[in-house]
Design a protein around this ligand. Structure first.
Ligand SMILES: Nc1ncnc2c1ncn2[C@@H]1O[C@H](COP(=O)(O)OP(=O)(O)OP(=O)(O)O)[C@@H](O)[C@H]1O
Ligand SMILES: [Mg+2]
Length: 501
C-alpha cells in the first residue's frame, strides 16, 4: 500500500515539473534550447566527429570506399559483428563492418572510433536523380587534441592502405557503363565484375621491339608522377590501337591492365546520349585505370564535323536537327575530344585512355593530330616473331628453338619464309594451333605450314606487310612501331601491309 502511495506522489511531482517546463519553455523555445544544450555539450566534449557519406553530392565518395576496404582488413579480427560478402565472380570473401557497428583503430598513438551508419532513405515521390534506398556512411570519432596531428595523415594513410590492399588482392575490376539497367544508374553508372583476362605482354604476339617500347612507355608513365606535376601536365596518357580484326587490340588492352595492375573501364559509347553524360561517366572513374573505347569508328561517326557526316550515321540520322539546336543533346566529336583531352579529362589521376579501331582511315584528323593520342600503335598481321610467341603459348617453349633436340629447325625455317609473304592474323594462327594441339607438336606446325602455303598460293600477293617493311627499312619500321601520328589512310595502308598508293 505504501509503495503505491509513494508511486502516486512521484508521478505527481513529475507532472508538476512537466507542466512547469511547458509554461517556462513554449514549444519553439524548447527546440532551440535543446539545440543550445547539445551545442554546449559539444563544446565541452573532448571528441569530434566526421561523417564520410557514400555519396557526396553527385559523386561517389572515394574516401568511403577506401575506408570500407581499410576497415575490412582489421574488421575481420577486431569487430564483434561483421558483414561478410563474396562479390559475384570474386574469389575472395570481403569482410565489412555491419550496419551501425563500431570498431576502434589506432594510428600514431591516437585512437579513432569508426561507426558504420546505415539508415533508410526517405522514399522519393519523384526525383530527377534517383538515389539508393539506403543511406550509408561512416562516422569517425577522434579526440579533439589529435585532430591537427592525425587527421590529414590518417586519412591519407587510409587511402594508401586501401590502394595497397586492393592491389595485393589482385581484385581488379572491369567496368562497363550501364543504361536503364540498374535503378540507381545515375549514382552508379558503372557496373563492375572482377577483371580476370589472362593476356600479358609475355603471351601477346607482336614484334619484340614494339612490345618493349610500349612496356617502357607504360612503366615510365606509371612512375613519373613528379614529372607530370613539375611540367604542369595532366597525369594521363592516350593510346590509339589500330589494325585489322584479330590482331590483338583487345588482348593488348588486357595486357596493359595486367602489367600496370589497373582497373579497366570499357566505355560503350553507343549507350551514351549526351556530352554531359559522357563527362559524368568520366567523373565517376577512379585513378589507376584504363578507359577504353573499342571500335571508335563504329561507335560514333568521327569522319567529319561538318553536316555531311550525319547522313552516314544511322545512329544520329533522324535525331539530328541543326548543330546548334542539338548542341548538348547528342554526343559529338568535340565532346569526345574533351573527354580524352580537355579539362575534364584531368579530374582524377593516373589514367590511360585507349581507343581502338579497325579503320584508322575513317577517323577524323582531329583525333589523329599530333599530341592528341600520345602513341599510335599498329597491331598488324602475324610476323615470324609473333608466330614464335604463339607457338610458345600453344605448343611448348622448346618447339620454337631450332636447336631443340628432335629438331623442328627445318619446319621453322620454312614457316619463317612463308609467313613473310602471307597476311594472316594472330587470331587465325591461334585457331589453327588450338585445333591441332592434341596432335604431336611437329604435326601441328606442319599443318600450320600447309595453311600458310595455301594462303600464299591463293592470294599471290606481292605487297605483304613484310615486303613493305623490308622496302621501307628500319627507320620506317621504328616510326610505325612507336606510331608517330600520321594521316589515317597512310597509317592504315601500312598496317594492312599494302604499299602506299
Ligand atoms: N597479338 C596477339 N597475341 C596473342 N593472341 C592474339 C593476338 N591477336 C589475336 N590473338 C588471339 O585472337 C583472339 C582475338 O584477339 P583480339 O580480340 O585481341 O583481337 P582484336 O584485334 O581486338 O579484334 P577486333 O578488331 O575484332 O576487336 C584473342 O583471344 C587471342 O587469343
Ligand atoms: Mg577487339
Amino acid at each position: 500500500m505504501e509503495f503505491w502511495a509513494f508511486l502516486a506522489s512521484l508521478m505527481g511531482v513529475f507532472a508538476f515539473f512537466q507542466s512547469l517546463i511547458n509554461i517556462v519553455f513554449p514549444p519553439d523555445l524548447r527546440f532551440a534550447s535543446a539545440k543550445l544544450l547539445y551545442r554546449l555539450c559539444h563544446c565541452f566534449s573532448s571528441s569530434c566527429y566526421f561523417d564520410i557519406t557514400e555519396i557526396d553530392g553527385v559523386n561517389t565518395n572515394e574516401l568511403y570506399n577506401a575506408v570500407q576496404i581499410y576497415l575490412s582488413g582489421s574488421a575481420s579480427v577486431a569487430a564483434s559483428r561483421l558483414s561478410v560478402s563474396r562479390p559475384l565472380n570474386s574469389s575472395a570473401f570481403t569482410f565489412g563492418l555491419a550496419s551501425n557497428d563500431r570498431l576502434v583503430d589506432t594510428f600514431r598513438g591516437a585512437t579513432a572510433t569508426w561507426e558504420h551508419v546505415v539508415t533508410q532513405r526517405q522514399s522519393q515521390a519523384f526525383s530527377w536523380r534517383p538515389l539508393p534506398d539506403e543511406k550509408r556512411g561512416f562516422t569517425l570519432m577522434i579526440k579533439k587534441k589529435d585532430k591537427p596531428l592525425i587527421l590529414q595523415a590518417y586519412l591519407q594513410h587510409i587511402m594508401d592502405t586501401a590502394t595497397l590492399l586492393r592491389r595485393s588482392n589482385e581484385e581488379r575490376l572491369l567496368y562497363t557503363n550501364s543504361r536503364g539497367g540498374a535503378m540507381d544508374s545515375r549514382v552508379h553508372p558503372w557496373d563492375s565484375v572482377p577483371f580476370k583476362h589472362p593476356s600479358t605482354f609475355k603471351t601477346l604476339a607482336m614484334d619484340q621491339i614494339k612490345k618493349e617500347a610500349i612496356m617502357a612507355d607504360l612503366k615510365d608513365f606509371a612512375e613519373r608522377e613528379v614529372f607530370y606535376q613539375r611540367t604542369g601536365r595532366a597525369w594521363k596518357r592516350g593510346y590509339l590501337l589500330y589494325g585489322p580484326p584479330g590482331t590483338g587490340k583487345s588482348s593488348m588492352i588486357a595486357a596493359m591492365a595486367n602489367y600496370l595492375n589497373y582497373d579497366v573501364y570499357d566505355l560503350e559509347l553507343t549507350e551514351v546520349q549526351t556530352n554531359s553524360e559522357l563527362r559524368k561517366l568520366l567523373m565517376k572513374t577512379t585513378s589507376k585505370s584504363i578507359i577504353v573505347i573499342e571500335d571508335i569508328d563504329c561507335s560514333i561517326n568521327l569522319t567529319n564535323r561538318s553536316s555531311g557526316w550525319k547522313k552516314a550515321m544511322p545512329l544520329y540520322d533522324s535525331t539530328f536537327g541543326s548543330d546548334d539546336a542539338n548542341a548538348g543533346k547528342t554526343i559529338t566529336l568535340s565532346g569526345l575530344l574533351n573527354f580524352a583531352d580537355g579539362l575534364w579529362s584531368c579530374c582524377g589521376n593516373e589514367r590511360i585512355f585507349v581507343f581502338t579501331t579497325n579503320h584508322i582511315e575513317k577517323l577524323d584528323p582531329a583525333l589523329l593530330r599530333s599530341g592528341r593520342m600520345d602513341m599510335h600503335i599498329c597491331m598488324s598481321y602475324c610476323s615470324y616473331e609473333a608466330l614464335k610467341t604463339l607457338m610458345q603459348n600453344y605448343l611448348s617453349p622448346e618447339d620454337v628453338e631450332p636447336e631443340h633436340e628432335g629438331g623442328n629447325a627445318e619446319l621453322l625455317k620454312e614457316l619463317e619464309e612463308v609467313i613473310n609473304g602471307v597476311d594472316i592474323t594472330p587470331a587465325d594462327v591461334s585457331e589453327i594451333l588450338i585445333k591441332n594441339r592434341r596432335r604431336k607438336k611437329h604435326e601441328a606446325m606442319a599443318e600450320l605450314l600447309e595453311v600458310l602455303k595455301n594462303r600464299a598460293k591463293n592470294k599471290g600477293r606481292g605487297g605483304s606487310l613484310k615486303a613493305f617493311e623490308k622496302e621501307n627499312g628500319e627507320e620506317e619500321q621504328e616510326k610505325r612501331a612507336l606510331g608517330s601520328p600520321k594521316e589515317g589512310k597512310e597509317a592504315a595502308n601500312r598496317c594492312n601491309g599494302k604499299n602506299e598508293e
